[in-house]
Unconditional design. Structure first.
Length: 245
């Protein structure tokens, strides 16, 4: 299994903190978000990494090379990150991904047990979902069926129908990854749709109505997790980490 970490965006909502530092290198406590993420992945036995960078890409690669000189990793640069979204960054990885993946956004503060939960839930493909009704319009909301599989995922889902928020950590089987790349290929190369969230393509996989396309919603609400998008999020994350130490 390969860990695919998407870290291309400029994180403009975190300015001025990100004026000279990519979001994933902001420190939460004594360690950067990226350092915490890498440590959590390694703690779960995943040792192969693919990084997609963009904004201040050299800083991210320098950090990884310096602090993890023996890490088995590949770096891809999304040079047009200002004009595309994370679906494009994910699409870029198709030439270096060779099987199942652990997919992560690079702006999440989370407990390493969340990865373990996904790897050990007994499902081929799964996403980490914070089951809660404390949601807003910007969060990636999820609806599930009676078996715990995702039926709908997106920001426009009514809060009243959602079980919670997808936090941006997923495990996908080799089959799922191959089919997902096919969808992304058609969208990006044929339809020229580059500015989408990758969850839109997850939804297309789900809509194919095949058991092999199922995505299980693993409830991770008992674990620490939060996405960091704003200064308020950043300050909250500092407190959360301190309280969980």
């Amino acid at each position: 299994m390969q860990a695919v970490i998407l870290a291309a965006g400029a994180a403009t909502r975190l300015r001025p903190l990100t004026d000279t530092t990519p979001k994933c290198l902001l420190k939460i406590g004594d360690k950067s978000l990226l350092q915490l993420t890498i440590e959590n992945i390694l703690a779960n036995g995943v040792k192969d990494f693919v990084f997609v960078t963009g904004y201040l890409n050299h800083m991210i690669e320098d950090f990884v090379r310096t602090n993890y000189p023996d890490l088995n990793c590949r770096f891809l640069v999304n040079s047009d990150y200002e004009n595309n979204n994370n679906s494009y960054s994910l699409w870029m990885t198709q030439e270096v991904v060779t099987g199942p993946i652990l997919l992560l956004d690079s702006d999440i503060l989370f407990d390493k047990a969340i990865i373990s939960e996904l790897l050990n839930c007994g499902k081929d493909s799964s996403i980490a979902v914070n089951f809660t009704q404390e949601l807003d319009e910007e969060q990636m909301k999820v609806i599930i069926d009676g078996d715990g599989n995702v039926t709908n995922i997106g920001k426009k889902i009514p809060i009243s129908q959602s079980v919670g928020e997808s936090i941006g950590i997923e495990v996908f089987s080799s089959y799922f990854v191959k089919e997902l790349y096919a969808i992304l290929n058609f969208k990006i190369t044929e339809q020229k749709i580059v500015n989408e969230f990758y969850e839109t393509s997850f939804q297309e996989m789900i809509d194919r109505d095949s058991e092999r396309n199922n995505i299980y919603a693993a409830d991770v609400s008992r674990f620490m997790c939060m996405e960091i998008d704003t200064i308020e999020d950043y300050n909250k994350a500092q407190l959360i980490l301190k309280n969980n130490e």
